[in-house]
Design a protein around this ligand. Structure first.
Ligand code: PEP
Ligand code: MN
Length: 348
């Protein structure tokens, strides 16, 4: 339930509404907007009585939030959420962001060298798994803490922000200590204890769509993060299971405009895990941008044939440069831009 205040409502009147909601036994959250403030009633079990709020001073109207997900919905918040990172990158605005890097951190020079190259070509966020969720228990599982330290070194040297995955609830705080964005992977989209911890970690969260998740399930997973007080959530479409096997997954391009209409959260696309095939990453990256994605996340490796994971879908560095040029052209065609490349930082 959402209590819309009149455009000239005073702060005292907003506080009175918050107090009344709390007295009814629910949580309240004030949502300042461009035109007027709204107050959200959190935890409605269907029994909250709108009449008790309707008559309070400064209240314009009380509207039900009809979706199962509440805080994530456009009904709750009309304006797009912008997720701001400390290197100046903003996710969800007019300018698209490009996140790039290898599937996994394999060593210090691997990640630091590729980070320089990616920064020079216009990426502003570096990806790289330190804890890898592998389908087989015998596959490379990542460098763990050492991998996080290498990512932090790459950030220090390049100014790129770092996104990396937390695999389990107890690992969230460690990842959040090193990363600028904590990733929740497709296999963990419905790991509710993990989502709750990620919601309290104090860092933005990149929430990938589960490989068989409906959009409603995905948005409800995001709701867990917002329910814990974390508004800085970025959704990532990474392809879903389908009956066809010509690509690793099926990139659900329609999910991009559909999510945009249902939710205020930014949404990016990962054409690497969606296709599993290097030759298909650029075409589908272009398509996702054309469909309205707020950015891309792509795997790039200095030597894909020798990558320890996902080499077949990793772009060569020169292909990344080609992708950036094309993304820029498409962004302009739809009145958007691409986040400006970072200034070269002194490494001291
Ligand atoms: C990843 O981005 O490193 C990853 C494992 O992707 P997903 O969770 O989408 O499979
Ligand atoms: Mn991968």
């Amino acid at each position: 339930m959402l209590v819309l205040m009149k455009y000239n409502a005073s702060e005292e009147q907003v506080s009175e509404v918050v107090g009344a909601i709390r007295a009814m036994g629910y949580d309240a959250r004030s949502i300042p907007g461009g035109q007027r403030t709204a107050v959200g009633l959190i935890g409605n079990d269907g029994r909250a009585d709108a009449n008790r709020l309707q008559g309070l001073p400064g209240v314009s109207e009380v509207i039900p939030v009809t979706r199962a997900y509440k805080q994530v919905s456009r009904e709750w918040r009309e304006e797009d959420t912008l997720v701001s990172l400390s290197n100046g990158t903003v996710v969800g605005g007019t300018d698209l962001i490009v996140i790039a890097g290898p599937c996994a951190v394999e060593g210090e020079s691997q990640i630091v060298d590729i980070a320089h190259m990616l920064r020079d070509k216009g990426a502003t966020v570096l990806r790289g798994g330190a804890f890898k969720p592998r389908t087989s228990p015998y596959s490379f599982q990542g460098l763990g803490l050492e991998g996080l330290r290498f990512l932090a070194r790459a950030r220090e040297q390049t100014g790129l922000m770092v996104v990396t995955e937390a695999l389990d609830p107890d690992g969230v705080d460690l990842v959040a200590e090193y990363a600028d964005i904590v990733q929740v992977g497709a296999r963990n989209m419905q790991n509710y204890p993990l989502l709750r911890r990620a919601g309290r970690c104090g860092k933005p969260v990149l929430l990938k769509r589960g490989m068989s998740a409906t959009i409603e399930e995905w948005l409800l997973a995001a709701e867990y993060l917002l329910a814990e007080g974390n508004d800085d959530v970025i959704l990532c479409e990474r392809g879903v299971r389908s009956f066809t096997r010509h690509t690793r997954n099926l990139l659900d391009l329609a999910a991009i405009p559909v999510v945009k209409s249902l939710s205020h959260l930014p949404i990016i696309a990962d054409p690497s895990h969606a296709t599993g095939l290097r030759s298909k990453v650029i075409p589908l990256g272009r398509a996702a941008v054309a469909a309205g994605a707020d950015g891309l996340m792509v795997e790039v490796h200095p030597d894909p044939p020798h990558a320890m994971s996902d080499g077949a879908q990793s772009l060569y560095p020169e292909q990344f440069a080609e992708l950036m040029e094309q993304v820029e052209a498409i962004a302009h065609a739809i009145s958007r831009g691409v986040t400006a490349p970072l200034e070269v930082v002194s490494t001291g």
